[in-house]
Design a protein around this ligand. Structure first.
Ligand code: PEP
Ligand code: MG
Length: 320
């Protein structure tokens, strides 16, 4: 029985009729990699590198960062590792950096915007990542909080400079879609990126103008809101038109309803917390892709998230 459960966890993510959806893990430290792989992770879809900064009281050096990224890349072997560059600001304060307090921290110098202001933080991180990517072709890089084409080009230019300096080859490069403007500009971004990864936590917050941490808005801050799903659909259409893939690394990917609807919208990778992997794989295996596409199409026309969730309750598993 134990062997059967293990074999089940390690089956590749797919719908009942075999359409592949890669199920990856959101983990931040190399030490978590063995556990995630044991849970059935097919890769790491989001390594939140700010946790290297949050769990201590001084800036990690370039060498320290390199060691951590290398250990993660080695633990994953050939599997994809998506390293997200620093996403500090918003709700993630790093006291020892002495960042200025902002009235609207979620709308201020957050993520890539802070990195542009602080090359003393960003460039050593890029160098650490590039040194590892030089030896590990499984390493992908992704930028958080991109809201304009200019943001992306500016970030890419800094990475290109570091690559030139270290004589490193091209690295697969992605953009997080977590600001509505990025989803609306996906058609312009798509030719210039290798992939998109939708951050549904922030995309929901910014689309509905509801603080993701607000206790009284928690019930309404649901990524299954059709307004959010429309932006995901736009992103997938733009990516498909340019032969690029879209993943989701926000919390909606690990929600069983979310996993079904996002797959129906054409998402090809779901990156979730490790304990959610078996349930997400099991949920996908109950339905054919055509059923999920139909479900997603109907979801887009619903008035609210509750109606979207109600739709999935009418879904019976496709007969085996
Ligand atoms: C997101 O916004 O959905 C996301 C994955 O990034 P974070 O939760 O780290 O802001
Ligand atoms: Mg985010």
């Amino acid at each position: 029985e134990e062997n059967r459960a293990r074999a089940e966890r390690h089956r590749p993510g797919a719908t009942r009729d075999g359409a592949r959806v890669e199920i990856a893990a959101n983990i931040n430290r190399a030490a978590a990699a063995p556990g995630a792989l044991d849970a059935g992770a097919e890769g790491v879809g989001l390594m939140r590198t700010e946790f290297l900064f949050l769990e201590r009281d001084s800036v990690p050096t370039e060498d320290e960062q390199e060691r951590e990224y290398r250990a993660m890349a080695e633990a994953l072997g050939e599997r994809t590792l998506i390293i997200r560059t620093l996403d500090i600001g918003g709700d993630k304060d790093v006291p020892y950096l002495g960042l200025e307090r902002e009235d609207n921290s979620f709308l201020g110098l957050r993520g890539i915007r802070l990195c542009f202001e602080r090359p003393d933080l960003f460039l050593p991180q890029l160098r650490a990542i590039v040194r590892v990517a030089r030896d590990h072709p499984n390493v992908h890089v992704m930028f958080p909080m991109i809201s304009t084409l200019e943001d992306f080009r500016r970030a890419r230019a800094l990475l290109d400079d570091v690559r030139a300096e270290l004589d490193a080859p091209r690295i697969p490069l992605g953009v997080m879609i977590e600001v509505p403007s990025a989803a609306l500009l996906a058609g312009q971004l798509a030719p210039e990126v290798d992939f998109f990864s939708v951050g549904t936590n922030d995309l929901t917050q910014y689309t509905l103008a509801m603080d993701r941490l607000h206790p009284q808005l928690a019930r309404q801050t649901d990524a299954m809101h059709p307004a959010v799903l429309q932006l995901v659909a736009l992103t997938v259409q733009a990516a498909d038109a340019h032969g690029k893939w879209v993943g989701v690394c926000g919390g909606a990917a690990g929600d069983e309803v979310g996993a079904l609807i996002l797959t129906g919208l054409g998402v090809k990778e779901l990156s979730v917390s490790a304990p959610q992997i078996p349930a997400v794989k099991a949920a996908l295996r109950q339905h054919d892709l055509a059923t999920l596409r139909d479900l997603a199409a109907r979801a887009l026309t619903q008035p609210d998230a509750a109606s979207v969730r109600a739709l999935t309750r009418t879904l019976s598993p496709n007969p085996q």
